[in-house]
Write a protein that binds this ligand. Structure first.
Ligand code: RB5
Length: 146
């Protein structure tokens, strides 16, 4: 199950991603927002982050105007690694190296065609599982810095 969330800046692109997921027989849960009205992106970023953290959804996709605010919001939640990607290289690398569990996109940054390729890459690239990458991921959650 893939968790989806957006604000008004990502609402239109989210509708395209929903179409892509449905066309590919992939299950999703939309945590809002549900229209183009102005809303506060932290609410949606955190809702999707909690769905992934709690295991309700295995991955998430978040979209705001830039992808920045909503990824910052999601990354406040422990265990979440939300990666803002603007191309397929970044989407592949963040799965292989960071085991990112949320993809963030900018609805005002990338066009629909590129965004759907990024989504496809993100969803279909496994974590490499290499020891050095896992070690670095573990360091992200290190308590000694907080
Ligand atoms: C909303 O206008 C905009 O600030 C938001 O979508 C996002 O880009 C924030 O980072």
């Amino acid at each position: 199950m893939i968790a989806l969330g957006s604000d008004q800046g990502g609402y239109e692109l989210k509708q395209e991603i929903i179409k892509y997921l449905e066309d590919n027989g992939l299950q999703y849960k939309d945590y809002g927002s549900y229209g183009p009205e102005s809303v506060d992106y932290p609410e949606y970023g955190k809702a999707v982050a909690h769905a992934v953290k709690d295991g309700v959804c295995s991955k998430g996709i978040l979209i705001c105007g830039t992808g920045i605010g909503i990824s910052i919001a999601a990354n406040k939640i422990k265990g979440i690694r939300a990666a803002l990607c603007t191309d397929c290289f970044m989407a592949e690398a963040t799965r292989l190296h960071n085991n990112a569990n949320i993809l963030a996109l900018g609805g005002r940054v990338v066009g629909t065609g590129l965004a759907l390729k990024i989504v496809d890459t993100f969803l279909n690239t496994p974590f490499s599982g290499e020891e050095r990458h896992q070690r670095r991921i573990d360091l992200l959650e290190s308590e000694k810095d907080n």
